[in-house]
Design a protein around this ligand. Structure first.
Ligand code: DLZ
Length: 162
C-alpha cells in the first residue's frame, strides 16, 4: 500500500520495457466496482502508454476478489497472453471475512503464476476504509492499476529475455 513516500503511479518511465507485441489478460473483480473499474482504467491506460495495442488487452470479469485466482487460471490456460493482471478491492472495515478473501486471493494468484510459469499480478487493494481505497484508485496516492500494469510489462519482458 502506498505510504507518504510512494505514489502508485510514479515510476521511472525509462525503466519500463516496450509492451508492443505483448498480450495481457486483465481479470477484474466486480465487487467494489467503483474502485476496481478505476484500477482497470489505470491499468489499460498504462499498458497502452507503453505500447500495448487495444487488441492485445483481453478483459474478463469475476464476481469478487475470491474468484480472481480461478479467473486468472482460465485466462492462463487459454495460453495466449504474456501476463495476467488481477484487480480487486477488499475493504477491511466492511468485510468480516477480510482475511479469508485476501489470503485466498494472494495465495491463489501466486499459485496460478507458478503453475503456468506466467506473470500473474496481484493488483488487489486491501485498505481499511473506502476513502483509502479511493486514494489508491486514481486519488492522491495514485492508481494501483498503473503499478500492476508496469509490473506485468516488466515481468513479461523478464520472461522473454530468459
Ligand atoms: C462477500 C464479499 C465481501 C463481504 N466483501 C468483498 C470485498 O470487500 N471485496 C471483494 O472483492 N469481494 C468481496 N466479497 C465477495 C467475495 O470475494 C466472493 O465473490 C464471494 O464470497 C463469493 O465467492
Amino acid at each position: 500500500m502506498a505510504d507518504k513516500k510512494k505514489n502508485l503511479s510514479e515510476y521511472d518511465i525509462h525503466a519500463v520495457p516496450n509492451a508492443k507485441g505483448m498480450r495481457f489478460g486483465i481479470v477484474v473483480s466486480e465487487w467494489n466496482d467503483e474502485i476496481t473499474f478505476e484500477l482497470c482504467r489505470g491499468a489499460i491506460d498504462t499498458l497502452k502508454k507503453h505500447g500495448a495495442g487495444d487488441d492485445d488487452i483481453d478483459m474478463h470479469y469475476v464476481p469478487g476478489s475470491f474468484e480472481l485466482p480461478l479467473g486468472a487460471q482460465f485466462v492462463a490456460q487459454a495460453g495466449n497472453v504474456d501476463a495476467v493482471i488481477c484487480l480487486g478491492c477488499v475493504i477491511q472495515g466492511e468485510t468480516r471475512h477480510f482475511e479469508f478473501i485476501c489470503n485466498a486471493a494472494a495465495d491463489g494468484i501466486t499459485n496460478v503464476g507458478l503453475k503456468f510459469d506466467l506473470p500473474v499480478i496481484f493488483g488487489v487493494l486491501t485498505p481499511d476504509t473506502w476513502q483509502q481505497a479511493k486514494d489508491r484508485a486514481g486519488g492522491k496516492h495514485g492508481n494501483k492499476g498503473d503499478e500492476a500494469a508496469i509490473t506485468a510489462i516488466k515481468m513479461a519482458e523478464l520472461k522473454r529475455k530468459l
